[in-house]
Design a protein around this ligand. Structure first.
Ligand SMILES: NC(=O)c1ccc[n+]([C@@H]2O[C@H](COP(=O)([O-])OP(=O)(O)OC[C@H]3O[C@@H](n4cnc5c(N)ncnc54)[C@H](O)[C@@H]3O)[C@@H](O)[C@H]2O)c1
Ligand SMILES: O=C(O)C[C@H](O)C(=O)O
Length: 332
């Protein structure tokens, strides 16, 4: 039995993500919570002929608590998206409080659930969730994930485009490490499961890296003020949730990049490799029934990739500190 919960289920990501979770036969219960429209979305999805029993919840009458009760997996795409000209960090002002309040509800109602954070800025919202859980003495780093899968999906697609054959995209995996914004997104093209041609010129490689790092801006610009990536994010979020559920149900050998807390198996070794005392980083993690079993290291990265990692660290550290102090600093 797997109960999955989507917080922010009526939004641009929430609706298609809920649809994809409803089509996952491993999900037996699907709870959809939003401050608006969730019951309608739930009734609509409930007519789909798959096992999950779907229920929608709004804030009144303990809606959030009832949605979360008994949850194994909680996916959080609640919050505002970017408009052209904004950075993800510009969303902090609104989304930090939303994520804090939802994390408080998860910590008190479903503290053992796997929490998958999509709301931006991910580099700060994941530390926010961790600090809230610490305040409630229920923090387990193995169960908290920043969803960076869209960067991985983009890397597969854009590499396949460079290779001139989109049909390759589903078989190409490229580890994307660091964090989830601009220069903190570090694709390790040298570790692509399908090597790039050796004679590829530097400007093609540089623009490929730049496109993966700023793929989100490409969508924000194209949507022209109406939001950011929703459909590709729903696909990526469902892919990630499916892997968490498969590992939870006992499948072995699943390794996925995710933005995680480094106070756990493999974290110290990774910090040594990074050469920086940092508490969160996106790296490939090995999954098991209790969440993260081990954080993997960087592998054999090239000197050029090392430059990208070094460039990511200062911004990451600032974003982490911003999230942590949002919870730790007493409000006047
Ligand atoms: N991690 C990633 O790769 C990634 C990718 C795309 C978007 N995002 C982020 O995901 C978030 C959502 O994007 P979207 O396009 O779906 O936005 P959206 O505005 O379409 O949907 C957000 C939903 O959250 C709901 N919401 C707001 N406050 C809430 C609360 N307190 N409790 C429950 N629900 C609440 C809204 O009612 C809305 O339905 C944004 O912060 C965006 O930046 C992250
Ligand atoms: O770009 C955004 O603001 C949304 C998301 O983080 C993305 O990468 O598409």
């Amino acid at each position: 039995m797997v109960k999955a919960v989507v917080l922010g289920a009526a939004g641009g990501i929430g609706q298609p993500l809920s649809l994809l979770l409803k089509t996952n036969p491993a999900v037996t219960e699907l709870a959809l919570y939003d401050i608006v429209n969730a019951p309608g979305v739930a009734v609509d999805l409930s007519h789909i002929a798959t096992p999950a029993k779907v229920q929608g919840y709004l804030p009144p009458n303990d809606g959030l608590k009832n949605a979360l009760t008994g949850a194994q997996v909680v996916v959080v795409p609640a919050g505002v998206p970017r408009k052209p000209g904004m950075t993800r960090d510009d969303l902090f002002k609104i989304n930090a409080g939303i994520v804090r309040d939802l994390a408080t509800a998860i910590a008190t109602t479903a503290p053992k659930a796997f929490v998958l954070v999509i709301s931006n800025p991910v580099n700060s919202t994941v530390p926010i969730v961790a600090e809230v859980f610490k305040q409630h003495n229920v923090f387990d780093p193995k169960r908290l994930f920043g969803v960076t899968t869209l960067d991985v999906v983009r890397a597969s697609t854009f590499v396949a485009e460079v290779l001139g054959d989109l049909s390759l995209s589903q078989s190409i995996t490229v580890p994307v490490i660091g964090g989830h914004s601009g220069v903190t997104i570090v694709p390790l093209l040298s570790q692509s499961s399908r090597p790039l041609p050796e004679n590829l010129d530097k400007s093609t490689i540089d623009s490929l890296i730049n496109r993966i790092q700023f793929g989100g801006d490409e969508v924000v610009k194209a949507k022209d003020g109406t939001g950011s990536a929703t459909l590709s994010m729903a696909y990526a979020g469902a892919e990630f949730a499916t892997k968490i559920i498969r590992a939870f149900k006992g499948e072995k050998g699943i390794v996925v990049p995710s933005y995680v807390n480094l106070t756990q198996e493999g974290g110290e070794a990774l910090k040594k490799e990074l050469g920086k005392e940092i508490d969160y980083f996106s790296a490939p993690v090995a999954l098991g029934p209790n969440g993260i079993e081990r954080i993997n290291g960087l592998g054999a990265i090239t000197p050029a990739e090392r430059v990208l990692v070094d460039a990511a660290l200062p911004e990451l550290a600032t974003s982490i500190e911003k999230g942590v102090s949002f919870i730790q600093t007493p409000k006047l």
